[in-house]
Design a protein around this ligand. Structure first.
Ligand SMILES: [Zn+2]
Length: 561
């Protein structure tokens, strides 16, 4: 194990011991270490933690405090150390269960990631549980229908974000559970099977009038329910409604629909034998109770769902979870709407669900945004109930702080022009720093021919410019031959990036830009030493993610300046 990690474990153990009368606990130390090293697997460190905890616990408290002071261990309590996320009602250690409930009809995007990430973060900080529940009971339309690949993508994206669920379930796998509760509600007279024509029903509802089905005996309701199950009704002919207040001021809350008939629709996991399907409000409300969910994070535009579902909870004598209604988060300039994205991918306007113009998690990932940056952003807006449009600049600045210290530096020249330098001051191997704050270097062999950006060249005709890390050259008024002009670094002199015009030193490079246009050019061959997925910086151009390495070429995606 690397020393740095060992040192961290030691610090966590000291801190935990001092806060608990000199006795550290393995689980708490593990939790602390895991929160800092997200890629770590518990089994990789547990032995080491056990050893260190034992060692620390043998020290007297004064000795622990002495060591902690020396190492600069912060002794704030965990509560004080909590990030910016505010306290929510009934937040209690070990007693927070949250869930994300996406319909797998598309991948998730920055907008809906807010509820999921908040759910995860609150569960995490209270050592609770985070459940991924696929809300996949709507195979009725092409738009809403769940697709197998989206189940996979959502889970993959959540894991990538560091929000690994403790449990994954599909609502479609629980139809029998919903049936049981529907039956109970019908039997108790709290729900009814409505066979009215939908237009006629709406008219009655708008006039605050009950339809004839509402007051039928429970025995009759149960009989109708069996007929629903047996497929005796066609689509649209029967609907289970939850009785609410037919005089409620909001028409949408009057006797809302809970289950309906759907026939001959394909579902990726469930056979067509099932003809009764629950609607979102019904299935979701039941599962939240059945899964012991304590806190629901829900965009405030869906707050009506909360009101509707509370009727059900009252009938079943359940306690409704704490609900946090937050605002909607959008990303300026990025397309977030699932239906718009679907249309665009179908028509060919977008290259796919990760087209750089989209705000899907997959698109942001491919561009080089880091999971930590997305989590930071969500934390920053927290549980505020106002809608917010995040600018690309704001998002980029959070991401830049994360990638800047790691990203290696290279040269990429788009729109290259070839120049020649007369009597060059240096030839052969040139070492350039891989990162301004590290000692590592990269090497390029130079002669007297170079590639530089056309704009850099043309706009400096007649002046002296510096080839970064090399020497100064005088750009001619006409032609392509420059004069070597000394080595001295002059503050105000333009400094440009360059490439040796040598086949063995450079490769073709193509950068996918945020507008889905490509910038083509050449870059250092050194880049091939990077792994696909790494974020690097093309100096004076911007941060890019290495998307695909090829034999003598590479593709990149532009992250931000
Ligand atoms: Zn009716």
């Amino acid at each position: 194990m690397e020393e740095k990690l060992k040192g961290k474990i030691w610090m966590y153990a000291l801190r935990n011991a001092i806060l608990h009368d000199g006795k550290a606990e393995v689980d708490s130390v593990l939790g602390g270490v895991m929160s800092e090293y997200e890629d770590l697997k518990p089994k990789e460190v547990i032995d080491e933690i056990e050893d260190i905890v034992e060692e620390v616990n043998q020290l007297p408290l004064e000795k622990q405090e002495e060591e902690a002071a020396e190492l600069g261990v912060s002794l704030e309590t965990e509560k004080e150390q909590r990030e910016e996320l505010p306290e929510i009602p009934e937040e209690a250690e070990g007693d927070v269960i949250t869930r994300a409930a996406p319909n797998p009809n598309g991948p998730f995007h920055l907008g809906n990631s807010r509820a999921y990430i908040l759910s995860y973060l609150y569960a995490e900080r209270n050592d609770g549980r985070f459940i991924l529940r696929y809300d996949d009971t709507n195979p009725a339309s092409e738009e809403k229908s769940p697709k197998k690949k989206f189940y996979d993508w959502i889970e993959e994206d959540l894991n990538w974000l560091g929000c690994e669920p403790d449990l994954v379930i599909r609502a479609s796998n629980r139809l029998d559970v919903y049936y049981e509760f529907a039956y109970e509600l019908l039997e108790d007279g709290n729900a009814y099977v409505c066979t009215c024509d939908s237009q006629k029903w709406k008219k009655l509802r708008d006039g605050k009038e009950a339809c004839p089905c509402r007051n039928l005996d429970p025995e009759e309701q149960v009989e109708r329910w069996h007929k629903m199950q047996d497929g005796e009704y066609e689509e649209g002919e029967a609907l289970v409604r939850i009785k609410t207040d037919i005089g409620h001021k909001d028409p949408a809350q009057r006797d809302w629909p809970a289950l309906r008939i759907l026939k001959d629709h394909d579902h990726p996991y469930v056979s067509q034998d099932y003809v009764v399907w629950p609607l979102y409000n019904f299935a979701s409300a039941i599962d939240d109770h059945e899964l012991n969910v304590t806190h629901i994070f829900r965009a405030k535009e869906h707050s009506k769902n909360t009101e509707n579902q509370k009727w059900l909870y009252d009938y079943l004598d359940w306690e409704y979870p704490v609900t946090v209604h937050h605002g909607f988060l959008s990303l300026k300039g990025a397309v977030l709407s699932t239906s718009e994205i679907r249309k665009g991918t179908k028509s060919g306007e977008f290259e796919g669900w990760d087209d750089p113009r989209l705000g899907t998690i997959r698109a942001l990932r491919r561009r080089g945004f880091q999971p930590e940056a997305i989590r930071e952003l969500i934390k920053k807006y927290g549980i505020k109930d106002t809608n917010a449009e995040v600018s690309m600049e704001e998002f980029s600045s959070i991401n830049r702080k994360i990638v800047d210290s790691e990203a290696n530096r290279y040269f990429f020249v788009d729109e290259p022009v070839e120049i020649k330098v007369k009597n060059p001051g240096k030839k052969g191997d040139i070492e350039l720093p891989l990162h301004p704050e590290r000692d590592e270097t990269r090497t390029m062999k130079v002669g007297d021919r170079f590639l530089i950006n056309k704009q850099d060249f043309e706009s400096n005709r007649g002046s002296t410019i510096r080839l970064k890390g090399l020497y100064n050259i005088k750009v001619p008024e006409k032609g392509q031959t420059c004069e070597y002009d000394g080595d001295e670094i002059v503050q105000e002199m333009p400094k440009v990036h360059w490439l040796p015009q040598k086949e063995e030193e450079i490769i073709d490079a193509s950068v996918m830009m945020p507008g889905a246009n490509k910038k083509n050019g050449k870059c250092e061959k050194n880049v091939l030493g990077e792994d696909e997925g790494n974020v690097i910086q093309f100096e004076r151009f911007g941060f890019v993610r290495v998307d695909k390495k090829k034999e003598e070429a590479a593709d990149f995606w532009f992250t931000h300046k």
